[in-house]
Write a protein that binds this ligand. Structure first.
Ligand code: 4AD
Length: 456
């Protein structure tokens, strides 16, 4: 179907006076005696194009909101600095009708209501802007890593080993365990893979395999977590960016995380000014200024031990009590980034008991070389670490956690054959989108959110 994208036409003044064709869905339709005005949107940009229809004497059928149209007419200078299309009724072809029960008749629906129509919400300005920010950020992330000599690796989604060890793996099974088998082991031995398998919570372990050959790699794919957390920032299926870097220690990992975020947000500011202005006006006043500040200032840095002191001396009445050794809850993370630093802040060197087996053990014997990046409004958006590169120390950490070493033989081999200091991090893509759009619920930054108790 030959036509021009509305985004192209709106910025192509040189086409004024020419015959053009656009396609799209009707956002609004107004009718006067001799002229009708239709606002058409094709999803290529936030702006609609105005179609001015000279009704003349011929029969005219008014397009209804939600209909899809193909319009051919003359490009003309519109009000302000825009382009519009002038046409006659014969230039308007209805591609798909739309009955009056179409749910997006008016503007200003609540996000909650829009969540109940995930197949249609992309036709609102809000979701039109979110999906485009998502696309631009994804491309910016690829560009950042590709232009810095990282190799893009696809790690398996079905795995036999739990990377984070938090017991949050969805199981992958053909039939499910039944009484027919005496033990679960016997059942899994007869299952598809001949052993227990699940959906990966992180591509990191395989990412390390690739980094030990390619030096610098990154993954960009889905991770799955059967976390029973019905919160505004947890999904059961989220998109995960995980760079892994050989010949790198914790400070290098932190430097890369900061540089990467600043680059992708700078690109977003350049490529999506209209979308960000929209979020600034409707969702978070001052958003654009906040993003500009983020890219022009150094992120904060604090150790976990210092953060605990700050929290204890805060005078705040936290729901979860604070003691050295406790996991930081969202309320703690937000206090540190919003009240103390008032910006993005890296928290490092967590107690080894609350972090994963693979993290490099610090000389103090109590902490590991872990890092989380906390940002105002969202809390943690990045989790990473330097990895334990020493074979014996890694085995000891795994044995302390009663892990089945047989499942991790490849991973352990990496420490036997030319082990090097290395590290990496995981960035939750949806959390980055929340942070850069001001959307406060993770369900509103992914096409079809998968959360506990809800799938569609
Ligand atoms: O801190 P996490 O669990 O770290 C890892 O998975 C490491 N293997 C990463 C690495 O070092 N390669 O998860 C990393 C990030 C979190 O900071 C968060 O942004 C996101 O993944 N994340 C989630 N996002 C949405 N819903 C969930 N349930 C999430 N769990 C983690």
């Amino acid at each position: 179907m030959k036509h021009i994208d509305i985004k192209e036409l709106l910025s192509s003044k040189e086409l004024i006076g020419n015959t053009v064709t656009v396609c799209g869905w009707v956002r609004t339709s107004r009718n006067s005696k001799s002229v009708a005005f239709v606002e058409l949107n094709d999803g290529t940009c936030l702006k609609n194009i105005q179609i001015v229809i000279e009704k003349g004497s011929s029969e005219y059928k008014e397009p209804r909101v939600g209909m899809s149209l193909k319009v051919t007419g003359t490009a003309a200078a519109g009000r302000g600095d825009t382009v519009e299309i002038n046409t006659a009724p014969s230039g308007v072809e209805i591609l798909g009708g739309c009955p009056p029960e179409y749910p997006l008749q008016k503007k200003g629906h609540s996000l909650e209501f829009l969540r109940s129509i995930p197949h249609l919400r992309g036709r609102t300005n809000t979701f039109n802007a979110v999906w485009r920010v998502r696309s631009v950020l994804a491309q910016a992330i690829h560009r950042y890593f590709q232009s810095n000599n990282y190799v893009y690796i696809n790690t398996p989604l079905i795995t036999g080993s739990d990377c984070e060890g938090a017991g949050e793996m969805f199981q992958v099974t053909v039939n499910g365990f039944t009484n027919e088998y005496k033990t679960e082991e016997e059942y899994y031995a007869n299952d598809f893979f001949g052993q227990r398998a699940g959906l990966s919570v992180s591509g990191q372990l395989e990412g390390e395999v690739a980094a030990m050959a390619m030096g610098k790699i990154y993954t960009f794919g889905p991770s799955f977590r059967a976390e029973n957390s019905n919160t505004p920032k947890h999904l059961a299926e989220f998109w995960h960016i995980e760079p892994e870097i050989a010949f790198a220690e914790l400070p290098d990992v932190i430097e890369i995380a900061e540089d990467m975020l600043k680059h992708v947000i700078t690109e977003l500011l350049e490529k999506c000014p209209d979308e960000l202005a929209f979020f600034d006006a409707h969702f978070e006043k001052g958003l654009v200024e906040r993003l500009r500040e983020l890219v022009s200032h150094e992120f904060g840095r604090v150790t976990y031990t210092e953060a605990i002191e700050l929290l204890k001396n805060s005078g705040e009445d936290f729901v979860y009590p604070v003691e050295w050794g406790c996991d930081l809850q969202t309320e703690h993370e937000r206090y540190i980034s919003e009240k103390v630093f008032k910006k993005a802040v890296f928290v490092t060197d967590y107690p080894k008991e609350i972090k994963s087996f693979y993290m490099k053990q610090n000389p103090d014997g109590k902490t590991v070389a872990a890092v989380d990046l906390l940002v105002p409004g969202v809390g943690e958006i990045i989790g990473g670490s330097e990895r334990e590169a020493d074979y014996d120390k890694l085995i000891a950490a795994m044995e302390e956690r009663s892990m089945n070493l047989d499942l991790y033989s490849d991973y352990l081999d990496l420490r036997r054959y030319g082990s090097v200091p290395h590290g990496g991090f995981g960035l939750g893509f949806e959390r980055l989108i929340m942070y850069t759009t001001g959307m406060s619920n993770i369900r509103d930054v992914i096409l079809y959110p998968r959360t506990v108790g809800s799938i569609r």
